[in-house]
Design a protein. Sequence first.
Length: 57
Amino acid sequence: MGLNINPVQLYCPNCGCKLTGFRRDDGALKIQCTRCKANIFSKQKSKREINLKISSN
């Protein structure tokens, strides 16, 4: 399971903090927000659909 070299930036849907992470080879992104500690999982299902799951502690 390697990482791509292109960074991905997104805003935390829970608190709005700007986050930076790297996608895995299968297209999945797992990142934890530094401010609110929410776990964010993102994976592109098709060209027009992205699956985004958020779990807060």
